[in-house]
Design a protein. Structure first.
Length: 347
């Protein structure tokens, strides 16, 4: 079995704790993840929903950068249609320097039309806005002066005083579910992340590697500075001493998390995402891994074999899982599950 790398993914979704406490506990989790040898901590961006209590991921990552020294940090993703790209260039540069060159730059156009709509962004226009915004961001990160003229953004000879610490810019990440997106992502060599069942990921992952191999020498690739991209899949994880304990924690946390992730859709009488995040999906397709270390090792082995991914983004703190249980779950995973699949990073 080829070596797999492990990272953390987080929504910082609302549980039962006050928000100030929630932030502090998550910062402690990132510190513990670094000590345990996880490669990176990736933070989602969401708005107007209990799923995202870190609606400005850059702010939280700046704090995390000061509490850690090795683990890599990044938004997954910055929702580009919601930013002035010129302002975002400056934020990216600041974060890369504040973290000592540990920033991983995830970009996307946003998964929720309702979140975009609250900001006055038409979901039908989000792809073209994203494409222009990404072009502006990458130009701004690499040029001394920025000139750009497009449909959505125009800049005329703007001096770019900040540059990122990593050159030409931090590694790029893009999460995608649709097969149509995979080809472009692979051609440019983006790090690639998916949700959902392992079986649904198998063909897109195979297509990714085929296209990446065919285009790896193209001179215009946007992520050409990343020699070995990571192809990842997200899994919520609960590891405990017994299967029964893990199942009880998972079922209790799931009810609150499911409400949070679907609330905005349900507020708009939209149930199109229910099956994707349903309990049947979680158990039948093992989109949530839970049990003893031995059981989770078996689940993880199936996930890696079926999906073909080389990076697993674990979510240990979600729903109503108490902080101490999330920390213990992560430690059990790091000590008794991870070693079977990879070497720890920086441990």
């Amino acid at each position: 079995m080829s070596e797999v790398t492990f990272g953390l993914f987080d929504w910082i979704d609302r549980g039962g704790a006050p928000v100030q406490q929630l932030y502090e506990e998550r910062l402690q989790l990132v510190e513990a993840a670094e000590a345990a040898g996880f490669y990176a901590y990736h933070l989602a961006e969401h708005h107007a929903t209990p799923l995202g209590m870190a609606s400005s991921p850059g702010l939280f990552l700046a704090a995390a950068a000061q509490r850690t020294s090795r683990i890599r940090l990044g938004p997954l993703v910055y929702i580009l249609p919601l930013y002035n790209p010129l302002r975002l260039v400056e934020e990216i540069c600041m974060l890369d320097h504040l973290s000592g060159g540990r920033l991983e730059l995830g970009v996307g156009r946003g998964i929720s039309p309702y979140e975009l709509g609250y900001f006055g962004v038409d979901d039908a226009q989000s792809r073209s806005i994203f494409d222009e915004a990404l072009a502006v961001v990458l130009a701004g990160l690499t040029q001394d002066r920025l000139t750009f003229e497009g449909r959505h953004y125009r800049y005329d000879d703007v001096p770019m005083e900040l540059r990122p610490l990593q050159r030409p810019y931090p590694p790029l990440w893009y999460p995608a579910q649709s097969p149509e997106s995979v080809g472009d992502i692979a051609r440019h060599g983006f790090n690639f992340v998916r949700l959902g069942p392992a079986a649904f990921a198998r063909q897109p992952v195979a297509d990714y590697w085929k296209t990446w191999t065919e285009h790896r020498q193209d001179p215009d690739r946007l992520n050409a500075h990343v020699a070995a991209p990571r192809v990842g899949i997200v899994r919520q994880v609960v590891v405990a001493d017994t299967d029964e304990e893990a199942a009880a924690v998972t079922q209790s946390a799931y009810r609150v998390w499911n409400h949070s992730i679907l609330k905005l859709w349900h507020d708009h009488d939209d149930h199109s995402r229910d099956a994707q995040f349903g309990w049947e999906m979680a158990t039948q397709h093992e989109t949530i891994l839970f049990g003893t270390p031995a059981r989770v090792r078996e689940q993880l082995g199936r996930l890696i074999e079926v999906s073909g991914c080389n990076y697993v983004l674990c979510v240990f703190a979600w729903g109503t899982i108490p902080h101490d249980l999330a920390l213990r779950s992560m430690r059990l995973f790091a000590d008794e599950v991870m070693p079977a699949f990879s070497e720890r990073v920086g441990a």
